[in-house]
Design a protein around this ligand. Structure first.
Ligand code: SDX
Length: 428
């Protein structure tokens, strides 16, 4: 059997044979299907790209039905158990696990790019004390583009790598600065002796002690959470990174756009929304009435549930749920966990959620760990952005070197007015 499909256009009786590659047809092959010579040709209509492959990628594999997630072929469960975030970052960027020399060099490069230009502090001072840290992070990441004008040389591999290690090093610093600004606390400079997660905790929570000593359970939990959030193929924010990056803008400006997409409550903002939802529910007794609302009112969602791709349990949620037990043992149990576990139990027995295949996703339990670590709710999407920065950058670079790609510019179905003459004000 040929790897083709045969399409009959019933408007003309003509048939067309379209090649099938990697389970897809090339949308441009539809353009030959016309009803007349001057017809533009057929297009596909796919709002929110629910059934459109935008690229070929080798970075992350997801099987939504089986609940599988792999970075460069390695199962997320094994990476969470055996690896660390910087090693996983190298893997996602380079496609292979590093040897010791490569790992030491990469760690050195990232660690020595954690400082930000001192002018950034003045920029931060312009924000209100109650500015949402995601708004601060998006702004300061974009501002970094003004300190590194050479970053616009996106076709130069060496230059790209320099900007990549700068961003992986600096995003946690900007995130911590956002937190410290809102607390009216002095900014804490990076401590190059600490791990990636340990340094972030130090920049967040160091007070007057000479050296910050991270809680090992908190450090480990954050490192695993960064791993679990590192990439997720063509999600909304990765699509923003690829789309904005396709105009050949510098990676700081593109990453600010990706961060902005992540900020939305349907995407990375869900972890903050989950904790607010659990606090609003308040007790197990109120769960049935809340679930009823989530089923009946389209404006009420069971935040942290459902996924465009996963129609099974999000494998990350399973790891995070186990991680939560370790963290609560070390730093004290988050009382909301009991409501979360009961809410999950009730939802997974409810036909509405079962039929729509709505399972807990990465955001359902992550916020409870962040809260137990003493992080304020509005910092949760910021933590998501720290982990996802490496995924955005890997997707960005893969797009730039992909010969199939060009500037992202979809078509539309025009339903507006046909041509009409201008009407002077006196005649309106
Ligand atoms: C992330 O794409 C990624 O990979 C994202 C991410 C990543 O790592 O990058 O995994 C991270 O964003 C996780 C998702 C976090 N968001 C939430 O938890 C918010 C709550 N979830 C939903 O809003 C929703 O499930 C989405 C946005 C996640 C997915 O939306 P879809 O695929 O567009 O599905 P949909 O909104 O069309 O819902 C299908 C049906 C609808 O009912 P009907 O219109 O068919 O009657 O399911 C219902 C929805 O009303 N539904 C829910 C629901 N999610 C979907 N009903 C109640 N509660 C929910 N959470």
């Amino acid at each position: 059997m040929a790897d083709t499909i045969t399409v009959t256009d019933n408007r003309t009786g003509k048939t067309y044979e379209l090649p099938v590659t990697d389970g897809t047809i090339n949308a441009m092959d539809l353009r030959q299907i016309k009803v007349s010579g001057d017809d533009f040709g057929l297009m596909a209509y796919d709002p929110a790209y629910k059934n459109t492959a935008s690229c070929r990628s080798k970075i992350t594999f997801i099987d939504g039905d089986e609940g599988i997630l792999r970075y460069r072929g390695y199962p997320i469960e094994q990476l969470a158990e055996e690896s660390n975030f910087l090693e996983v970052s190298y893997l996602i960027l380079k496609g292979e696990l590093p040897n010791q020399t490569q790992m030491d060099r990469f760690r050195h490069e990232v660690t020595h790019h954690t400082l930000v230009h001192e002018n950034t502090r003045e920029l931060l001072d312009g924000f209100r004390y109650d500015a949402h840290p995601m708004g601060i992070l998006i702004s300061t990441i974009a501002a970094l583009s003004t300190f590194y004008p050479e970053a616009r040389l996106v076709n130069d591999a060496e230059n790209r790598w320099l900007q990549i290690v700068r961003l992986i090093g600096k995003v946690p610093t900007l995130a911590a600065y956002a937190f410290r600004h809102r607390r009216g606390l002095p900014y804490v400079y990076p401590d190059n002796e600490l791990s990636y997660a340990g340094n972030f905790l130090s920049m967040m929570f160091k007070m007057t002690e000479r050296t910050y000593v991270p809680n090992p359970a908190a450090e480990k939990a954050l490192d695993v959470l960064f791993i679990l959030h590192a990439d997720h193929e063509q999600n909304c924010s990765a699509t923003a990174m690829r789309g904005v990056g396709s105009s050949k803008v510098d990676p700081y400006s593109a990453l600010a756009a990706a961060c902005a997409a992540l900020y939305g409550p349907l995407h990375g903002g869900a972890n903050e929304a989950v904790v607010k939802m659990l606090a609003e529910i308040g007790s197990k007794d109120n769960i049935p009435s809340f679930v009823k609302r989530a089923k009946e009112d389209r404006n009420v969602r069971l935040m942290g549930f459902g996924h465009r791709v996963y129609k099974n349990y999000d494998p990350r949620a399973k790891v995070i749920k186990r991680l939560a037990d370790d963290v609560f043992e070390a730093v004290g149990k988050n009382p909301l966990i009991d409501i979360a576990v009961e809410l999950e139990r009730i939802a997974l027995e409810d036909d509405y959620f079962v039929e729509k295949k709505l399972y807990p996703n990465v955001d359902f339990y992550s916020g409870l760990i962040y809260q137990a670590l003493g992080l304020p709710m509005d910092m949760y999407p910021v933590l998501f952005a720290i982990g996802r920065t490496v995924g955005w950058l890997a997707q960005w670079e893969e797009m730039l070197v992909d010969k199939d790609q060009a500037i992202s510019r979809p078509r539309q179905i025009y339903l507006g007015e046909s041509e009409r003459p201008y009407v002077p004000m006196s005649e309106r």
